[in-house]
Ligand binder design. Structure first.
Ligand code: PGA
Length: 249
């Protein structure tokens, strides 16, 4: 059985004191054991989150890592550095990184390889923009993102990856994919994994949905067979909303 997963992507938000407050509130909730709850603060808040969440079941993940292990990459943070803090998971391939920081499929493939070499779990994001959706190219587009960045991996490594389907047109816009649209893409992705790998691997990979998930729409989206949870941006900044989303899964 795949565990249900809710990850909060804080993006470039939260000061030290806001982080402390948010986590203090979040810790008041008792989430059931069959759910995996993850928070993804910015690099500068990772140590606070690790400290505050020790002895809890909540996992701390970073929002990015660099593909190199060290070296002349001013302003970047390596996998080994986050591991030093006690962080063993990262988001990779978020559309904001692809768009604003020009992260290509090839760069992301290198990042994926580095993370896995360092034994860091990955939330790997894919998703089409509005014009691809409108021209009905969305399945092809997502397929090529997966083929170019993660389908070179052996099955065992692929199982260290949570796939997040995040249609770009739904991120931060208030517009969500309908439960049907989410299910359709998730089952498409699972079928690709089945064809490329096998049934047991495709059954074991978690595929979560992201894009304007909130306490009102979460339950409907999560009710779909191939939707194993959510990657939540805006609503993860409010501890009550985030906790409600976790409960609705
Ligand atoms: P959103 O962001 O929930 O604010 O749309 C989701 C994401 O970008 O991961």
């Amino acid at each position: 059985m795949r565990k249900k997963i809710i990850a909060g992507n804080w993006k470039m938000n939260n000061s030290n004191s806001e982080t402390n407050k948010l986590l203090r509130e979040l810790k008041k909730n008792k989430f059931s054991d069959n759910k995996r709850v993850i928070v993804c603060p910015s690099f500068t808040q990772l140590s606070i989150a690790i400290e505050k969440l020790k002895n809890t079941e909540i996992t701390v993940a970073s929002q990015n890592i660099h593909f190199a292990s060290h070296g002349p990459y001013t302003g970047e943070v390596s996998a080994a550095m986050i591991k030093n803090l006690g962080v063993f998971m990262t988001i990779l391939g978020h559309s904001e990184r692809r768009t604003f920081f020009y992260e290509t499929d090839e760069i992301l493939k290198n990042k994926v390889n580095t993370a896995l070499k360092e034994e860091i779990e990955i939330i790997f994001c894919v998703g089409e923009n509005l014009s691809d959706r409108k021209s009905k190219n969305h399945f092809k587009f997502v397929q090529s993102q997966l083929e170019n960045s993660i389908f070179h991996l052996p099955g065992k490594s692929l199982q260290q990856i949570i796939i997040a389907y995040e249609p770009i047109w739904a991120i931060g816009t208030g517009e969500t994919a309908s439960p049907h649209q989410a299910q359709e893409m998730h089952s498409f992705i699972r079928n690709l994994i089945y064809k490329k790998y096998n049934q047991s691997i495709s059954d074991s990979i978690s595929i979560i949905y992201g894009g304007s998930v909130n306490p009102k729409n979460a339950a409907d989206i999560f009710s779909k067979t191939d939707v194993d949870g959510g990657l939540v941006g805006g609503a993860s900044l409010n501890p009550d909303d985030f906790a409600e989303i976790v409960r609705s899964i």
